[in-house]
Design a protein around this ligand. Structure first.
Ligand code: ADP
Length: 699
C-alpha cells in the first residue's frame, strides 16, 4: 500500500515536470511563431520593416540573445562591423565574449550580470572589441531584457555602435588639453622666474635711491629722486602681483604657516592703510568678535596680503563714509577654526553683471576704471587663489552707488604654542642700533649695487664686511681668513655660488670647521631651498634684500653654529646637519665590482660609461635649452637609473633630485643642478677609469 502511494507521488511529480517543460516550450514557440489576427500581422510587418529601416539607418549591429539556450542572433551588420561575413561567425554567446578586449572582459560581463540579476537599471557599456584584422574597435553596447512574470530574464536584445572615432577624438582632445595646460604652466613658471629676476635690479634702484636721499642735494634733485623712488616702488608692487599670480598659476605657491596673533595682524595692516584712508577723510574701523582665539596657526603674511588688497580697494573706490573690517567665527571643528572676514565700504559699488567677473584675472569693472583709479585687475584674482589655498571662499555683495561688502572665509589651525603673549613680530623696518657682537662677514656678489646695499646694512650694525666678486675670490678669501658667516649670491660668472660652496666645504673637510653660508637668490621658487641644502648651504634669503631678513639670517650665527639650528629642514631630504653626520658615501670601486657581479662585467660597464652618461647628459642639456621639462625628466630619470648601476649614490641622488625639479617644471633650478650632475658624472668617469680592470685581472 505504502509502496503504491510512493509510486503514485513519484509519477505525479514526473508529470508536473513534463507539464512545466511543455509550458516553457509552448512559451518559446509562441515567441517564435506568433499567430495573431490578420491586421495585426500587417501592423507587425510594417513595424518590422520600420525597425529594419531604422537599424540599417543607424549603422548599428543588432544582437538578440536567448539566455536559456545561450544562442545569439547577430545581425549581418553586427558581424560586418568587425569585418566578417554573416556565415563566418557562429550564433553563440562565445562569439561575443571571446572578442571583448581582455582588459575590458570582466567589466563587461559584470555589467551584463548586474543588469540581468543585480541592481543595474540600464545596460550600456563601452569596451574594445576585436576586428577580424586584429585591430581593436571601441563599441558601445546597449540592450534590454525580457523577463518572465517572476522577473527572471529569459531574453536580451540590443545593439552595438562603433564609437572608435568618437573615442579617438576624445583622446585627442584630452591630449590637447593636457598640452595646453602644461604650456600654460610653463608660461607661468617663466613669468615667475622673470619677475623674480627683475626684482633684483629693482631692489638695487630702490636701495640706492634710499641711500642717495640721505645725502646732501638741492631741493629739486630731492624731489626728482623721490619721484624716482615712488615709481620704482609701484613697479615693484606690480611685479610682486605678477609674480604671485604666476606662482599660483604654476602651482608653486605654498602657505607658510606659523603661530600669529590675529588682532595684532589686523591692527598692524590697517595702521599701514590708515594713512591713505585719512588722506581721503574716510574712517577705517575694525572689530574682531570676542570668541575669536587670540593665537592662530596660519600664514599671516598671506592673510595680510588679502586684507591689504581688499581694504586697499575699498579705500580706492570710496570717497566718503567709512570702511569697516570685521571678523567672526563661522565654524569650529576639532583643531580647525573657520573665520569669516567682512570688508564693508560706502563707495561706488559694483553692478551685478560685473560682480561675477571681478575675481577673474585682469578684469576691471569698466575700462575707464583703470585710467581713473589705476590697478591691474590682478588683486582680486590673487585674493581668490590665496583664499582657496586657505580652504575658504570669497564673494561680494554690492549695490552701485551704495557700497560694496567683500566677504571671505579661511581655515586656521590651533596655535602650537598656546600662549596669550604676542609672538615677537618680525620687524619689517630696518633694525636699529648695533649688533650685540660684531661679526666678520664675507659678501660674495657680482652685482655692485647689491654689494653696496648688503655691505652698508651690515656695516651699519657694526659688522665687518669683506666683498668677493665671484666664487673664485670667495674661496681665496676663505683660505686666508676666518669668517663668521658668508652671504653667497648664486648666479655669478667664473664660479657660481653652488660651486664656491662646494669648494669651501671641501676645504673644511680637510682642515675642519664649518662656516655658515647663506644663499642670496632672486629666484624664490619651490625647489630652491632643497637645492641650496643639497649644495651644502645653511640658510637662504631672497632678493630683493630686506634689511631685517638679511640681518636676522646673518646674526643667527653670531654665537657659533651650535646656537643656530638649521632652519632648512626639508622633508625627504636630510637636513644639513644630518648630512654632515651621515655623508653620502663616496664611490667605492669594490662595491661597484661586487654589484656588477665580477670584474668582467665591471670592465664592460666601465667601457660604455662615458658614451652612455655623455648621451643622457647631452639629452638633458638639450631638453633644458628647449624648455622641455618632460624630456628633461626622462633624461634625468635614465641617468638616475644608470648611475645606480655604478653604485654612484651621490650622483644618482643628484639625478633623482633633478627629476623632481623637472617634474615641478622648475627649469631654472634644474639648470644649476644639471651642472652639478655633469661634474659628478665626470668625476665618476675618472674614478671608473682608474680602477685596474684589464682583461688579465678577470676571473
Ligand atoms: P585692481 O588692481 O584693478 O584694483 P582688483 O582685482 O583688485 O584689480 O579689482 C578688480 C576690479 O573690481 C576693480 O578694478 C574695480 O572695478 C572692482 N572693485 C574691486 N573692489 C571694489 C570696491 N571695494 N568697490 C568698487 N569696485 C571694486
Amino acid at each position: 500500500m505504502a509502496e503504491t502511494t510512493a509510486h503514485a507521488a513519484e509519477t505525479e511529480h514526473e508529470l508536473r515536470l513534463r507539464i512545466q517543460e511543455l509550458e516553457a516550450l509552448l512559451h518559446s514557440l509562441r515567441m517564435r511563431l506568433p499567430n495573431p489576427p490578420p491586421d495585426a500581422v500587417r501592423d507587425l510587418a510594417a513595424s518590422e520593416e520600420r525597425f529594419a529601416l531604422a537599424v540599417r539607418g543607424t549603422n548599428d549591429g543588432i544582437w538578440d540573445w536567448d539566455i536559456r539556450t545561450n544562442k545569439v542572433f547577430f545581425s549581418p551588420r553586427w558581424k560586418a562591423m568587425i569585418g566578417y561575413e554573416d556565415e563566418e561567425l557562429p550564433n553563440e554567446f562565445s562569439t561575443f565574449e571571446t572578442r571583448v578586449h581582455p582588459e575590458d572582459h570582466d567589466r563587461v560581463m559584470q555589467a551584463v550580470n548586474d543588469y540581468l540579476y543585480g541592481p543595474l537599471e540600464r545596460y550600456a557599456v563601452e569596451f574594445r572589441f576585436q576586428h577580424k584584422d586584429g585591430s581593436w574597435r571601441w563599441m558601445l553596447a546597449r540592450g534590454r531584457a525580457l523577463r518572465d512574470p517572476d522577473g527572471k530574464p529569459y531574453r536580451m536584445a540590443g545593439s552595438h555602435t562603433d564609437i572608435t572615432e568618437q573615442k579617438l577624438a576624445e583622446e585627442q582632445l584630452r591630449h590637447a588639453r593636457l598640452a595646453a595646460e602644461a604650456a600654460n604652466r610653463a608660461k607661468s613658471a617663466f613669468l615667475a622666474n622673470m619677475s623674480h629676476e627683475i626684482r633684483t635690479p629693482m631692489n638695487g634702484i630702490i636701495g640706492m635711491s634710499e641711500l642717495l636721499l640721505s645725502t646732501a642735494m638741492t631741493p629739486k634733485q630731492h624731489e626728482y629722486l623721490l619721484m624716482l623712488k615712488n615709481s620704482a616702488e609701484s613697479l615693484l608692487a606690480l611685479l610682486n602681483d605678477v609674480l604671485d599670480f604666476s606662482k599660483i598659476e604654476a602651482g608653486k605657491m605654498e602657505l607658510d604657516e606659523q603661530d600669529f596673533d590675529l588682532r595684532h595682524t589686523i591692527a598692524d595692516t590697517l595702521l599701514a592703510l590708515g594713512v591713505r584712508a585719512m588722506q581721503k577723510n574716510i574712517t577705517l574701523r575694525h572689530k574682531v568678535a570676542e570668541d575669536v582665539p587670540v593665537m592662530l596657526l596660519g600664514d599671516d603674511g598671506r592673510l595680510r596680503q588679502i586684507l591689504i588688497n581688499l581694504v586697499g580697494n575699498a579705500i580706492k573706490f570710496t570717497d566718503r563714509g567709512e570702511i569697516v573690517v570685521s571678523v567672526r567665527i563661522e565654524s569650529r571643528a576639532l583643531d580647525k577654526t573657520t573665520l569669516h572676514f567682512e570688508i564693508r565700504d560706502t563707495g561706488i559699488g559694483i553692478s551685478a553683471e560685473v560682480q561675477g567677473r571681478i575675481f577673474d584675472a585682469f578684469t576691471q569693472a569698466e575700462t575707464s576704471t583703470n585710467r581713473r583709479y589705476g590697478g591691474t585687475g590682478l588683486g582680486l584674482a590673487i585674493c581668490r587663489d590665496l583664499v582657496e589655498l586657505m580652504q575658504g571662499r570669497i564673494w561680494v555683495e554690492s549695490e552701485p552707488g551704495k557700497g560694496s561688502t567683500f566677504h571671505f572665509t579661511a581655515v586656521f589651525g590651533e596655535a602650537r604654542h598656546d600662549s596669550v603673549e604676542k609672538p615677537s613680530a618680525p620687524s619689517t623696518g630696518p633694525l636699529l642700533g648695533l649688533a650685540e657682537k660684531p661679526m666678520n662677514v664675507l659678501v660674495v656678489e657680482d652685482g655692485r649695487v647689491n654689494q653696496l646695499v648688503a655691505a652698508k646694512l651690515l656695516e651699519e650694525r657694526g659688522h665687518r664686511v669683506q666683498i668677493a666678486s665671484n666664487g673664485q675670490e670667495a674661496v681665496e678669501a676663505v683660505r686666508q681668513e676666518n669668517f663668521d658667516a658668508i652671504l653667497m649670491d648664486i648666479h655669478m660668472p667664473e664660479m657660481n655660488g653652488f660651486q664656491a660652496t662646494a669648494a669651501i666645504r671641501q676645504i673644511e673637510e680637510k682642515y675642519g670647521g664649518h662656516v655658515p653660508i647663506i644663499a642670496m637668490t632672486a629666484n624664490a621658487l619651490k625647489g630652491d631651498r632643497e637645492q641650496c641644502v643639497a649644495a651644502g648651504m645653511d640658510d637662504y634669503v631672497s632678493k630683493p634684500i630686506h634689511s631685517a631678513e638679511l640681518l636676522h639670517a646673518v646674526e643667527r650665527f653670531m654665537h657659533g653654529r651650535s646656537a643656530a639650528p638649521p632652519r632648512l629642514e626639508i622633508t625627504g631630504l636630510p637636513s644639513v646637519a644630518a648630512r654632515a653626520r651621515k655623508r653620502v658615501p663616496p664611490f667605492k670601486p669594490e662595491a661597484f665590482i661586487a654589484a656588477a657581479g665580477g670584474p668582467e662585467m665591471a670592465r664592460q660597464l666601465v667601457a660604455i660609461y662615458a658614451e652612455d652618461s655623455g648621451r643622457f647628459l647631452q639629452e638633458a642639456s638639450a631638453a633644458l635649452a628647449a624648455g622641455n621639462s618632460v624630456a628633461l625628466y626622462e633624461a634625468a630619470h635614465a641617468l638616475k637609473g644608470m648611475l645606480g648601476v655604478y653604485t654612484a649614490t651621490r650622483a644618482s641622488e643628484t639625478a633623482s633630485h633633478l627629476c623632481h625639479l623637472a617634474q615641478d617644471g622648475d627649469l631654472f633650478g634644474a639648470r644649476a643642478l644639471l651642472e652639478k650632475l655633469k661634474k659628478e658624472c665626470s668625476k665618476l668617469g675618472t674614478a671608473l677609469a682608474a680602477i685596474p680592470l684589464d682583461a688579465s685581472a678577470g676571473g
